[in-house]
Design a protein around this ligand. Structure first.
Ligand code: HEC
Ligand code: HEC
Ligand code: HEC
Length: 436
């Protein structure tokens, strides 16, 4: 009996030791911060463009005067995480990280000291970046102004605060193999795939996630809620009735607007107007070519004709029945959003063709109504006023009228979602105009 127990103990110890060595990652020695002059201007510029495409600044900046110094909060179901300081400050930032330590973090999600990083940091996408692109990003980050700022401590609940548990997450959900070019496709398409799946991490917002926060396999680009915005499907399930093609995608990703599908607001406004701004035209064309292929084969009838027919049908549904929703649309929205059927214009976003109205989730329409689109969001300098002072009942009638106008069934759960969003945005529901 004593013998058996001893054997079991030894086996358990061996398994634990083996697991420990499997899980444990070595720390990588600290280095002196490399001198800015050790990088070529060309490399730094390439890194700047990539940092834009990767939206590094959006997640790693909380104050304009402290770019890349971290501190942005990421509320998760398991507690709150804060982004880190990635300026080359030797104590607060990554100034003592060697190129190899940086590359390991981007490809394997392991920090310099060997601890596991959480996948709120999209290393699950950045692993696809080439050596040259990672070198360029490293060069760019190391030439930033070092900022002496320490982000708040993470507040993850036990046991999720134990970083080594990420080993299990990686085992289940992370495939470290980088994306391979598809020889059946053009160079442009492959470039687009590399940008979208790598630096651009488009599916990080556009794909639904499972309970553990990993993107669901087989549901890439199927649309998802993220930070209280809805990133619409871009696969064949896309909610826009005039499907995206290379021309409309190019104009949306370059200018932030497309004549039939509308404008980029919310987090997508940042992606376009801050992130992709410095990317060369060839890269935007490549992204458009790749994304257009996700939508499936182009529709037979031309986009312009289909848009025209749909707008005419929407005009017929604004039939003067003087429902409350229709009256609100005509008095509050039509002045800026009415389009002639043969000439819809992006900045007059045609609401019957727009995913804010046609998606199964009302979040984007409600947010735009509650917050408007200030001059520094969406298209630079262009403003849409907010309608937060409308009562919840008014907003609901208006929203359901817009659904009817686009020939779609009413949204379910609209009132609840509206209440939630008011709360998230810190707005008290207005009851002005409601009968007592
Ligand atoms: C969606 C938000 C998001 C984006 C986009 C993002 N990061 Fe991060 N990043 C984070 C978070 C959150 C952490 C902290 C993770 C943790 O503590 O485990 C982090 C951590 C890191 C780390 C580890 C630093 C350390 O001190 O441990 C590096 C390096 C890094 N990011 C670089 C980048 C670069 C380069 C880009 C752009 C190409 C980028 N990040 C884009 C959210 C983001
Ligand atoms: C931080 C989250 C986020 C990231 C990253 C992101 N998107 Fe988006 N995207 C959104 C949101 C939110 C919307 C809805 C914006 C709106 O309605 O104006 C959107 C809208 C879009 C649309 C318009 C869809 C429609 O039907 O209205 C396209 C096209 C698009 N994104 C492409 C991309 C591409 C390409 C990338 C990667 C380079 C990307 N997105 C990365 C959040 C994101
Ligand atoms: C004074 C003009 C004006 C009025 C009135 C107005 N809008 Fe807008 N709206 C705009 C502009 C301009 C934009 C584009 C903003 C940008 O690109 O920054 C916009 C954007 C939007 C978007 C985002 C579209 C997208 O593609 O993501 C929605 C949805 C929207 N408006 C709905 C409405 C509704 C509903 C009303 C009526 C309650 C309304 N707007 C009233 C000017 C207006």
């Amino acid at each position: 009996m004593g013998r058996t127990l001893a054997t079991v103990l030894v086996v358990v110890l061996i398994i634990l030791a083996a697991l420990f060595f499997l899980i444990r990652k070595p720390s990588i020695a600290a280095v002196e911060t490399p001198a800015a002059s050790s990088f070529s201007a060309e490399q730094v510029e390439r890194g700047r463009v990539l940092a834009g495409i990767g939206n590094c600044a959006t997640c790693h900046t909380t104050a304009e005067d402290k770019p890349y110094a971290g501190g942005r909060d990421f509320p998760t179901g398991f507690g709150t995480l804060y982004s880190t300081n990635i300026t080359p400050h030797p104590e607060n930032g990554i100034g003592r990280w060697s190129r190899d330590a940086f590359v390991r973090s981007m490809r394997e999600g392991i920090a310099r000291d060997g601890s596991y990083l959480y996948p709120a940091f999209p290393y699950t996408h950045f692993k696809n970046l080439s050596d040259e692109d990672l070198d360029a990003l490293y060069a760019y980050l190391m030439t930033l102004e070092p900022v002496a700022y320490t982000p708040p401590e993470n507040a993850m609940h036990f046991p999720f605060n134990l970083r080594f548990l990420q080993w299990g997450w990686q085992l289940l959900f992370f495939d470290s193999k980088p994306i391979q070019p598809d020889p059946q496709q053009s160079d442009e398409w492959n470039r687009g795939a590399y940008l979208a799946e790598g630096a651009g991490h488009c599916t990080a917002c556009h794909s639904p996630r499972n309970l553990f926060g990993a993107e669901k396999k087989g549901r890439a680009y199927a649309g998802a809620l993220i930070d209280n915005w809805y990133a619409p499907a871009l696969n064949p399930e896309q909610p826009v009735p005039v499907h995206w093609d290379t021309d409309t995608l190019y104009s949306y990703l370059r200018e932030g607007r497309a004549d039939y599908q509308g404008v980029a607001v919310g987090s997508m406004g940042e992606v376009v107007h801050r992130g992709l701004q410095r990317a060369p035209d060839s890269d935007i064309h490549a992204l458009a070519a790749y994304l257009a292929s996700l939508a499936g084969p182009a529709k037979v009838d031309g986009a312009a004709r289909r848009a025209g027919e749909l707008i005419e049908a929407a005009h017929r549904r604004t039939d003067g029945d003087r429902s409350h929703g229709e009256n609100l649309y005509i008095s509050a929205c039509a002045a800026c959003h009415y389009n002639a059927a043969n000439n819809p214009m992006a900045l007059r976003a045609e609401l019957s063709l727009n995913s804010a109205v046609t998606a199964g989730d009302p979040t984007n329409l409600l947010r735009v109504l509650l917050q408007g689109v200030p001059a520094d969001e969406g298209s630079p300098g262009i403003v849409m006023p907010d309608f937060a002072s409308l009562s919840n009942a008014d907003i609901a009638s208006l929203a359901q009228f817009l659904r009817k106008r686009a020939n779609l069934p009413p949204w379910e759960g609209l009132d609840k979602r509206l209440e939630e969003l008011r709360q998230t945005l810190g707005q008290a529901a207005s009851h002005a105009g409601e009968k007592q």
